[in-house]
Design a protein around this ligand. Structure first.
Ligand code: S3P
Length: 192
């Protein structure tokens, strides 16, 4: 998979890889709108993600998520879409995300993600457990299961472990610009 379909950008990756931070930075730099799947789910359901998981279960959450992905892409075809860590598990979502445009996969290993999620005070409030295992074992297992799905949708894999969000955003912008065949500002295209 190398060609892009739509004119938008989607960020995929596990929880804690920095999708929302990087998405906002990219929106600032490009003047495009950043839309976040998790935020739109909370707005639509009128409940936190944790409450949706606890009261209605993960399958109900995934139904809302699929509808939200479809609607956000339709409403913001040129937008920067921040997905949830598990959005790519459903085939319909993978198709929608690929159709949206350029897809960047933000990658970090399980140990680093466990450290980041542990350090994030919002995690306990907003991020429901996905398995009954401890944090690191859960991340390792779920990440392994999801890796082929991230790989399937991604045009670009970015090491978001050793890079900060600004550097990740720069890299994505560079590759996305190249994929669209748009010259970077200040670079004159060769004359024919
Ligand atoms: C989930 C990740 C979360 C959110 C929900 C489920 C997952 O998104 O969609 O808690 O299955 O990995 P973030 O990756 O934005 O935290």
């Amino acid at each position: 998979m190398s060609e892009t379909n739509g004119g938008g950008l989607a960020l995929v990756g596990y929880r804690g890889t920095g999708k929302s931070t990087v998405g906002r930075l990219l929106a600032e730099r490009t003047g495009r709108t950043f839309v976040d799947v998790d935020d739109a789910i909370v707005a639509r359901a009128g409940r936190t993600i944790r409450a949706i998981f606890e009261e209605s279960g993960e399958p109900a959450f995934r139904e809302i998520e699929e509808a939200v992905v479809r609607d956000l892409i339709a409403a913001h075809p040129d937008g920067i879409l921040g997905t949830g860590g598990g959005t790519i598990v459903r085939e319909a979502n993978r198709r929608a995300i690929r159709g949206h445009g350029f897809v960047a996969w933000l990658q970090a290993d399980a140990d680093e993600l466990a450290r980041r999620l542990e350090a994030d005070s919002a995690t306990r409030e907003t991020r429901p457990s996905l398995t009954s295992k401890g944090a690191l074992a859960e991340i390792a297992e779920v990440l392994e299961y999801r890796t082929p799905f991230y790989r399937e949708v991604a045009h670009l894999v970015v090491d978001a472990q050793s890079r900060g969000p600004a550097e990740v955003a720069d890299l994505i912008l560079e590759h996305w610009t190249r994929a669209r065949g748009v010259p970077k500002p200040g670079v004159t295209p060769p004359c024919s």
